[in-house]
Design a protein around this ligand. Structure first.
Ligand SMILES: [Ca+2]
Ligand SMILES: [Ca+2]
Ligand SMILES: [Ca+2]
Ligand SMILES: [Ca+2]
Length: 562
């Protein structure tokens, strides 16, 4: 028996035995759309991307709309502020996809927006805190950057296909697919034909993922109008059109997703479809290695036979170490419910009831822990007949977690495409930093790992997008915290005492900042001034605090390693 296969079986056995006990704790979500101020009544919201555009340590929210898109700044708690105007990102075309990524590696997140119908896609360069009141602002540089697509674009993903440290853009449209190679200085060249990844099909969804684990990001596209879905395998920055066996089902393909549903340390593929031609159902392709896949949707309970599938995204909402996922359904003659599939250890159950129902005309979906309490929250975009929905995860269980925020140095700074394995005494779980999935929606770049009952981490293994591997011996770092890892920087040995001191330093630094701010505000009262949004830093060079939303509120769980 090949070692890799044996390892997979052992990994599944170990996780099944140890993580499954917590799987049946009650899931609880609260609809906070109204209180958070992110409802867009009457607007058709198409897609969603989470990203910390203002580098204050929390996830902000971008929604594409048939009309002016919106950027909501996360102000802590459940408070979001519409900053579209000052940020300059309200593209008024019919935008259907978006993703955040640091395309010029200057330390802040840029934003790519896909526009359906006529009109150029937008490439918003983040210019930093240059706007009114020191707010972050963007400039659409698409034309100067060589982004000239004015076709009917549908979906997109960011990926560094040639592993040169610059994020590239793959756009799927009707009848043409474009791979914008990033040549540096925000200059892009379409190399889709050169690399054989142009298609004459009707593309809807795309995602980048290293499906065969050779260190190069592959491309999986969902194509409708009876065009086959295609998986382009990447070897050395060159794509090979040899079709993977088993994934090319024909139908009305829509959203696509890559995630390891069965915890055997390879990425499996999901594909949503409309029920046309009759009988076409969603597919979950189990990765069997050697570019061979087996559709296990029916066997795992994820075929959603009544759904009109649009988009999909994954997140471990109960932190049990098994990846759950959400499927949106819409554009249907009747309203078919969106579905939250909860992973019970390789098979799934419909957990949508935990949301209080989701029978609305859905479009896009993405996960992020916007309130930084260690569980993944959920944004759903919808047709204009109902409001989009933001659900806060209020599940209470004893499962542990860690959120890893990766900073590339020789790799792309957003670390999109990094492969992360987190090993605890209970097993190993693998995820990637996502450049977009489903149909043009994007989870947060920081990756949340549920750890189940594991109260400690043995090791974190990161294969950066430049294909170097970094081992983080994390035994002393603890769990239930955010950890920032900078590419290539070694982790200092930290004793429990040292960790306590680092936490104390972080809390002390926060207190000092708070006292200084309160003193400043006493001396210089300025009720109309915007809140200070500078970065808190502790005195230790090995630790930095990046939580700064509500004035004075500190999160001592956050460590920056480097
Ligand atoms: Ca933020
Ligand atoms: Ca797998
Ligand atoms: Ca789970
Ligand atoms: Ca949360």
């Amino acid at each position: 028996m090949p070692y890799a296969h044996l390892r997979r079986i052992l990994a599944v056995c170990a996780l099944t035995l140890t993580l499954n006990h917590a799987a049946f704790a009650q899931l609880v979500f609260t609809d906070v759309t109204a209180t958070a101020g992110v409802a867009l009544p009457g607007d058709l919201t198409e897609s969603v991307a989470w990203g910390d555009y203002d580098n204050d340590g929390d996830q902000d929210l971008y929604l594409t709309v048939n009309g002016a898109n919106r950027l909501f700044r996360n102000d802590g708690g459940d408070n979001f502020t519409d900053v579209t105007a000052v940020a300059g990102v309200g593209n008024a075309l019919f935008s259907v996809g978006c993703a955040f990524g640091d395309l010029d590696n200057d330390g802040d997140l840029d934003l790519y927006v896909v526009n359906f119908g006529a009109g150029r896609d937008a490439l918003y360069r983040n210019d930093g805190p240059v706007g009114a009141g020191g707010e972050y602002a963007f400039t659409d540089v698409a034309a100067a950057a060589g982004i000239n697509i004015e076709l009917s674009s549908r979906g997109m993903a960011l990926l560094d296909y040639n592993s040169d440290g610059l994020l590239d853009v793959y756009v799927v449209a009707i009848g043409e697919y474009i791979l914008y190679r990033n040549d540096g200085n925000l200059q892009f060249t379409d190399v889709a034909a050169l690399h054989g990844v142009n298609q004459s099909a009707t593309g809807v969804g795309v995602t980048g993922s290293d499906v065969d684990n050779n260190g190069w990001i592959d491309i999986f596209t969902g194509n409708r109008s009876n065009d086959p879905n295609l998986l382009y395998m990447n070897d050395g920055g060159f794509f090979f059109s040899t079709p993977a066996i088993g994934i090319d089902a024909v139908g009305a393909g829509m959203g696509v997703l890559s995630f390891d549903y069965d915890n055997d340390l390879d990425f499996d593929l999901y594909w949503t479809t409309w029920p046309q031609p009759a009988g076409t159902i969603n597919a979950l392709y189990r990765n069997d290695g050697e570019d061979i896949f087996t559709d296990v949707a029916v066997a795992t309970g994820t075929d959603d036979p009544l759904g009109w599938g649009i988009s999909c995204n994954a997140g471990d909402v109960d932190n049990d170490g098994w990846e759950d996922f959400f499927v949106t359904n819409g554009f249907s003659p009747m309203t078919t419910p969106n579905v939250l599939f909860r992973n019970l250890g390789g098979t799934f159950t419909d957990a949508t009831a935990a949301l209080g129902g989701a029978a609305v005309d859905g479009r896009g979906v993405a996960f992020a822990d916007y309130d930084r309490d260690g569980d993944l929250d959920l944004m759903l975009t919808t047709d204009g007949d109902v409001d989009n929905r933001l659900w806060r995860n209020d599940t209470i269980n004893s499962n542990h977690w860690v959120v890893l925020n990766l900073v590339g140095t020789s790799s792309n700074r957003s670390a999109i495409g990094a492969r992360i394995e987190v090993t605890t005494p209970l097993g190993t779980v693998v995820k990637e930093v996502s450049g977009g999935a489903g149909r043009g929606s994007q989870n947060s770049l920081p990756v949340e790992f549920g750890l189940g009952a594991a109260a400690g981490i043995d090791q974190i293994t990161i294969r950066w997008p430049n294909r170097t591997t970094q081992f983080v011996h994390a035994a002393q770092l603890g769990v239930d915290r955010y950890i920032t890892v900078i590419e290539g920087q070694t982790i200092p040995a930290v004793s429990q005492w040292g960790l306590a001191m680092m936490t104390l330093l972080v809390a002390t630094a926060g207190t000092i900042v708070l006292i200084r701010r309160q003193r400043r505000e006493r001396l210089h009262p300025s009720p109309s001034a915007p809140p200070s949004r500078g970065l808190y830093s502790a005195t230790s060079p090995n630790v930095a605090e990046d939580w700064q939303d509500s004035p004075g509120e500190m999160d001592p769980r956050t460590l920056q390693l480097g």
